[in-house]
Ligand binder design. Structure first.
Ligand SMILES: *Cc1c(COP(=O)(O)O)cnc(C)c1O
Length: 398
């Protein structure tokens, strides 16, 4: 309707509210409803219907209304032509790899990524389907260039990387990919499209775990692949319709609702995380803080170039203490919850011990065990006070 014609020229916050929403034709409601149907009425003569088509409303695995609204919004926020939403971030990662990669192809990927990306590329696609892969420290683009082979089809990076916050230069790596006939995908989950838009920096695909910042309230799961229509049509057909990792209309609706406040929430996550990172950095009991917003962070210079207005809400840090003291510190926290996931309204912390199977891939300062800390939207004074009293109880506050 009238709202949609000019949507591309509107600012981020306006698009986060309006794109994908419209007046409901049936009721006049100002919010589109949830359609909890798995099937849609067929035409008078259905014999010409393509049962594997994503066009029109046919069957919810092929695409339903709430999925479509969410796809429209995420594509707009990421600055991409098209989007496929699936049941989880991992469904988006595996859906992209499944649609794109064939036996004999080669993939280069960041040595610090979400664990499932590592498993898919380092083990499953390699061992089951004969897709070659090379793990690379992508924080230096020269390492990417050195790993290129004639059959390199895809470069997959995560920046900031989970859990070390390692930063990779998106536009430099996009140039390397395109000069060598490869495609670039970027997992943008830690930054969210509010802080970083990889497609504008030259990436071909963006992956988002919608479970995290875009939903933002810790109450549903989803994933997105954003890119060009020519690629996305094939991904939709192979990985949505034929693999079937469909998102439920209810979760798509929840994520749509959460995404409305993404700009407001991210501004506060950015502010809280930077303040907490600076506070932690000044504590004698803290061994290190990894956060791209800190001026002495190894990724800071590149992060300033490609992230704006902020650096996201996740940081990692360690204590000058043994394994058990790390656990004791967490058990003393009263505001911050010990749980996996990130990007929720509430602060979440997870202790990643020194025996993590991927320790050998992390920078040295992570080798004694560390915390991944998703700084929430609580008052930052309360977050800092919580950290302070827990340090005190461990004898680590001076
Ligand atoms: C959580 C996460 C994923 C996986 O998303 P799910 O929604 O949990 O499947 C992928 N990438 C990153 C960077 C993540 O943090």
């Amino acid at each position: 309707m009238h709202k949609h014609g000019r949507k591309k020229t509107f600012g981020f916050a306006t698009r986060a509210i309006h794109v994908g929403n419209d007046i409901d034709q049936d009721s006049g409601a100002v919010k589109r409803p949830i359609t909890m149907a798995n099937s849609y009425a067929l035409p008078y003569d259905p014999t010409d219907v393509n049962w594997s088509s994503a066009e029109g409303n046919l069957y919810t695995r092929n695409g339903g209304t709430n999925q479509k609204y969410l796809q429209e919004r995420i594509a707009s926020l990421e600055g991409g032509e098209d989007c496929v939403v699936l049941a989880s971030g991992v469904a988006a990662l595996s859906g992209l790899f499944f649609a794109l990669l064939n036996a004999g192809d080669h993939v280069i990927f960041s040595n610090v990524t979400y664990i499932a990306a590592y498993r898919l590329l380092n083990e499953l696609f390699k061992n089951k389907f004969g897709v070659e892969s090379t793990l690379v420290d992508t924080s230096d683009p020269a390492n990417v260039l050195a790993a290129i082979r004639p059959n390199t089809k895809l470069i997959h990076i995560e920046t900031p990387g989970n859990p070390t916050l390692t930063i990779s230069d998106i536009s430099a790596i996009a140039t390397i990919a395109h000069e060598n006939g490869a495609l670039l995908s970027v997992d943008n989950t830690f930054a969210s499209p509010f802080n970083q838009r990889p497609i504008e920096l030259g990436a071909d695909f963006v992956i988002e775990s919608l479970t995290k910042y875009i939903n933002g309230h810790g109450d549903s799961m989803g994933g997105a692949i954003v890119g060009k229509t020519e690629h996305l049509d094939s991904i939709r057909s192979q990985s949505q319709i034929n693999l079937g990792g469909t998102i439920s209309p209810f979760n798509a609706w929840l994520i749509m609702r959460g995404s409305v406040t993404l700009p407001l929430r991210m501004r506060q996550h950015n502010e809280n995380a930077l303040e907490v990172a600076k506070w932690l950095e000044a504590q004698p009991g803290v061994s290190f803080v990894a956060y791209p917003g800190l001026e002495n962070d190894p990724g800071h210079e590149v992060a300033v170039r490609q992230m704006s207005p902020g650096f996201g809400g996740v940081l990692s840090f360690g204590l000058k203490a043994d394994h058990n003291t790390h656990n004791r510190f967490v058990s003393n926290l009263q505001v911050i919850t010990s749980a996996v996931s990130l990007g929720h309204d509430e602060s979440l912390i997870v202790f990643l011990g020194e025996k993590d199977e991927r320790q050998y891939l992390y920078p040295k300062r992570f080798s004694n065990g560390f915390f991944r800390f998703s700084v929430g939207l609580e008052d930052k004074e309360d977050i800092i006070e919580d950290l302070k009293q827990a340090l005190e109880k461990c004898g680590l506050y001076e």
